[in-house]
Design a protein around this ligand. Structure first.
Ligand SMILES: [Zn+2]
Length: 263
């Protein structure tokens, strides 16, 4: 089954420090198996949600903030079967190149993920996408036979970004704040809706929630976006798995109870 699993839906310093939401990034089972933005706990969450890190074919890092790169090295260790064999691809944003050791980089195919650069991990075609006002971060587009999947990573809104997301089946947006809080380096609910209205995917997924967003209720914010745009919008939860054929979401049984409610 082609799917995306959320190894963590937390974002911002304090949510990461207290793990009110996990911070493991995304796990994509497409033509190849890829982890994107492995923040603190990515290895542990992958194992918790029954994903085998030794099956990874690629690790992607969108930028050099710790909630996006922290577990990159340990996932490389898994991908290379304990650094026994050169295996897999590590794609790093330019500003994250120095955040992974030369030792780990020497065991993988290393890609510098500059905006609009196209590359492959095995049979999976990927494109790095530009972002706005987030210190050189890149988003990613996965050209999968299961549909075009795009992830914004951390970015502000800029209408110039819209064209890079056109044709998305699923658009995943790091929406750290609710509409009541404006910030110039991240999306909030209001600006996520702007991007969504212009791109018009089949499904939008919000993730990477900060403390204010969690206090507000990501599900409520997703509902607001859905009503405003007419596009199905869901707030991701830790451990949630999205089936890319049916676009149905499911939760594993071994997720902590607190993730099941709206908190
Ligand atoms: Zn960031």
């Amino acid at each position: 089954m082609a799917s995306i699993t959320f190894l963590g839906t937390g974002g911002g310093r304090f949510v990461i420090l207290n793990q009110r939401r996990y911070s493991g990034g995304l796990w994509l089972d497409l033509e190849e198996t890829v982890a994107m933005d492995p923040g603190p706990g990515a290895l542990i969450r992958a194992l918790q949600f029954k994903k085998d890190p030794q099956k990874l074919n690629g690790v992607l890092v969108s930028h050099n903030h710790i909630d996006h790169y922290n577990d990159a090295e340990i996932l490389v260790e898994a991908m290379t079967r304990g650094m026994k064999t050169k295996r897999g691809t590590l794609a790093l944003a330019v500003n994250a190149l120095d955040y992974v050791s030369d030792y780990h980089k020497s065991f993988v195919e290393l890609i510098t993920a500059e905006p609009q650069k196209k590359f492959r991990i095995g049979s999976l075609k990927i494109e790095a996408l530009p972002t706005s006002n987030h210190g050189g971060a890149v988003g990613f587009r996965f050209h999968s036979k299961h549909g075009e999947i795009t992830c914004t990573a951390d970015t502000a809104y800029d209408k110039e970004l819209v064209k890079h997301y056109k044709g998305s089946k699923v658009l995943i947006m790091n929406t750290i704040f609710p509409s009541s809080k404006e910030i110039d380096v991240h999306l909030n609910t209001r600006t996520a809706a702007l991007l969504l209205k212009a791109v018009r995917p089949k499904l939008a997924v919000l993730q990477h929630f900060g403390m204010t967003m969690l206090n507000c209720g990501p599900e409520k914010e997703a509902k607001k976006i859905e009503e405003e745009t007419g596009i199905r919008t869901i707030a991701a939860r830790d451990g949630m798995e999205l089936d890319l054929e049916t676009l149905a979401e499911s939760m594993p049984v071994n997720v902590r109870q607190s993730c099941l409610g709206s908190y």
